[in-house]
Design a protein around this ligand. Structure first.
Ligand code: GDP
Ligand code: MG
Length: 214
């Protein structure tokens, strides 16, 4: 007997809507990044630097995903770009439907790059496509030497990885080279760039690897 499960139907609906999101973004000429990573890895800090360094060349919008708070959105909003806060409540990831609602609140006609800060988590977001163009994972040396190996699904899909808090690598006894080796094994096409979310070090190199539209 064929059994149809609610969970499968919800996932299919999510995938269909993700495709529609991508179509809408393409029609409006918006190139979108899903920025994923653990709580505190430096997602907001890296988005802040990306906005600061790119906003003279591009029109940027940001969707900030969080459970219940607005602190990240407020930090980015100070850069005078359109920001929408998406709250997930008790849910550990954004989904294509919430992102669609957030997109509808943004002036998409006037934006050409969209950064979506996913909820701080390296596990759940991997199963919920949003309809974006590129996946940027922000992880940090404070998450220890096995962070890549422990999250194969997320790192296998990543297009680009920022390994953040490089200022703390000696204190944490974490080798960036060894993390790069782990990534290469899982996902030979992805690049890993060392960054410092406080000073902005490494962000120019990250930008060079982002395949941004001209
Ligand atoms: N030492 C150090 N701290 C950082 C760095 N990047 C971010 N932080 C700090 O880490 C904390 C969390 O950063 P945030 O960007 O909010 O992380 P998010 O939760 O991933 O958005 C903040 O106190 C930042 O100032 C870094 O490269 N080095
Ligand atoms: Mg944040």
């Amino acid at each position: 007997m064929k059994i149809i499960k609610l969970e499968e139907s919800a996932l299919r609906k999510g995938r269909d809507l993700a495709r529609e999101n991508k179509k809408l973004l393409d029609e409006k000429g918006v190139y979108a990044f899903d920025v994923m990573g653990s709580v505190g890895s430096g997602k907001t800090s890296i988005i802040y630097w990306l906005v600061k360094k790119l906003k003279d060349r591009y029109d940027i919008g940001v969707i900030a995903g969080d459970l219940t708070t607005e602190v990240d959105a407020e930090r980015i909003e100070k850069e005078n770009i359109p920001v929408v806060q998406a709250h997930t409540g008790r849910v550990c990831h954004l989904d294509s439907s919430l992102v669609r609602m957030a997109m509808e609140s943004l002036p998409l006609e006037d934006i050409n790059i969209l950064f979506i800060e996913n909820v701080g988590n390296l596990i759940c977001p991997a199963a919920f496509p949003l309809g974006i163009h590129s996946e940027l994972v922000v992880t940090s040396v404070t998450e220890g030497p096995y962070i890549v190996k422990k999250h194969p699904y997320t790192f296998q899909r990543a297009d680009l990885v920022a390994i953040n808090k490089i200022d703390l690598r000696d204190a944490m006894k974490v080798s960036i080279e060894s993390l790069k080796e782990d990534l290469k094994e899982l996902n030979p096409d992805a690049r890993m760039i060392g960054t410092n979310g406080i000073t902005g070090e490494g962000v120019d190199k990250l930008i060079q690897c982002m395949n941004l539209p001209r």
